[in-house]
Design a protein around this ligand. Structure first.
Ligand code: CTP
Length: 400
């Protein structure tokens, strides 16, 4: 809920401005107090009357009218958050370069509160180098950007550029600014997996993957910080173990990880499987080093046990089970399929198509899908922050 939160909504001239009516209604329903500023061209797309009726506040647009001057400085100070949605390509360019030829821009430049920008434009404009540069600049100034979504565009084309849906924008505000309390997890037991697994071929070779283990280790650290008793089952990683009370079980193979998790799962209140477990292992593990021969080499692989799926079948009431999905295509459909197939309560999707996401990076960009049918999109953030977001979501949505 956003009870009593003050949100200043700036609406720019874009077809997506029609969504600002839903957005205002949604924010007001959540208990927020909303004031709306329109750029002059936004009025061609949405009527001030609609927005003033929905926000229950006068809609502002001009720096001056015949009798008065709008105090843009005080508007920026009034708000807890300024949200520009939709932010058109033109307004983004002006904001990035400090131009000030309308009320919205004047308020933006004088705002002392955090600013969130939800762009909307056609795909080619969104991918233009100048827009990219402007977005980077705006982020460097400390503004938060809500990523555009893919879909049907005003031009009739299909691609990137749609403004995020009003519910996602409201959720973004909630996540980033209005989460008040994190329920403590003292007395709770948590199990986390992390890192890759190494499946031996012979004494010197193995099948592995590029997982660094960072995401799982951050999750374990966050759970520990909140008071949980944590067991971290980790595959081989280069990470230095901080002796912070977490019980670390080091394993190498998928089979070892399966054993370690199965042994402790029934006592865990929260289980998060962040490991990149090998799906296949060599059928034959040679005891001597395989010697090079003239012709090629075929290694027969057998399937490993799916740990998450196995724990999903054992899950009892009161236990919370989360998994990850690392995808390169059909990301959303695959993540939802894994959620169902593995009987998880939550799947955290990261796509290798997103810059700054996945293996090796210190950052990650995730989308959370829950068994309740919710979807939460997050921007690229440090893995430490992503771990906080994930635990916040678990404690917020589920009785754990
Ligand atoms: N997982 C697991 N045991 C396995 C394989 C995966 O516990 N043998 C878990 C991972 O830790 C992750 C989730 O299942 O939480 C999804 O892993 P991912 O590699 O994305 O999917 P897979 O189920 O292996 O399917 P695919 O590789 O075909 O995408």
């Amino acid at each position: 809920m956003m009870q009593g939160k003050k949100i200043l909504l700036g609406v720019c001239g874009s077809i997506a401005a029609y969504k600002s009516a839903y957005l205002v209604r949604h924010l007001v329903k959540q208990g927020a107090e909303v004031k709306v500023i329109l750029t002059p061209s936004a009025k061609d797309f949405i009527s001030p009357l609609t927005l003033s009726t929905l926000s229950k506040n006068p809609v502002l647009s001009e720096l001056f009218d015949e009798q008065s001057w709008t105090n843009h400085v005080m508007l920026g100070r009034w708000a807890d958050v300024m949200l520009v949605a939709p932010a058109s390509c033109n307004s983004i360019a002006k904001m990035a370069n400090g131009l000030c030829d309308n009320l919205l821009l004047a308020v933006y430049l004088s705002a002392t509160c955090p600013v969130v920008i939800a762009p909307a434009m056609d795909e080619d404009m969104w991918h233009h180098p100048s827009t990219k540069e402007n977005i980077v600049k705006l982020q460097a100034f400390g503004n938060k950007i809500i990523p555009v979504e893919k879909g049907e565009l005003a031009s009739g084309l299909h691609g990137d550029g749609r403004m995020a849906e009003p519910e996602s924008i409201a959720e973004f505000l909630q996540q980033n600014f209005f989460l008040t309390s994190n329920k403590g997890l003292s007395g709770k037991k948590a199990l986390v997996t992390a890192g890759p697994t190494y499946e031996p071929i012979d004494p010197v070779r193995f099948i592995g993957n590029h997982s660094s283990g960072k995401m799982g280790w951050e999750l374990a650290a966050e759970l520990k910080k909140r008071g949980a008793e944590v067991i971290l089952v980790s595959g081989p990683t280069q990470l230095a173990f901080a002796d912070n009370g977490i019980k670390l079980i080091r394993v190498n193979t998928a089979e070892e990880m399966f054993e370690a998790c199965t042994n402790v799962f029934d006592k865990a209140d929260i289980t998060i499987m962040a490991a990149a477990v090998a799906d296949y292992t060599p059928e034959q593990k040679e005891t001597e080093k395989i010697k090079k021969k003239e012709d090629g080499l075929t290694i027969k692989l057998t399937k490993t046990k799916d740990i998450l799926q196995s724990l999903g079948t054992k899950k009892k009431k009161g236990q919370f089970l989360a998994g990850f999905a690392l995808e390169t295509n059909n990301e959303e459909a695959n993540a939802i399929e894994k959620l169902k197939k593995k009987n998880a309560d939550m799947i955290v999707l990261n796509s290798l198509n997103d810059t700054g996401a996945g293996f090796g990076h210190d950052t990650n960009k995730v989308t959370i899908f829950t068994s309740k049918g919710d979807k939460f999109i997050y921007e690229t953030r440090s893995k430490t922050q992503v771990a906080k977001d994930i635990i916040d979501k678990i404690t917020e949505l589920y009785e754990v």
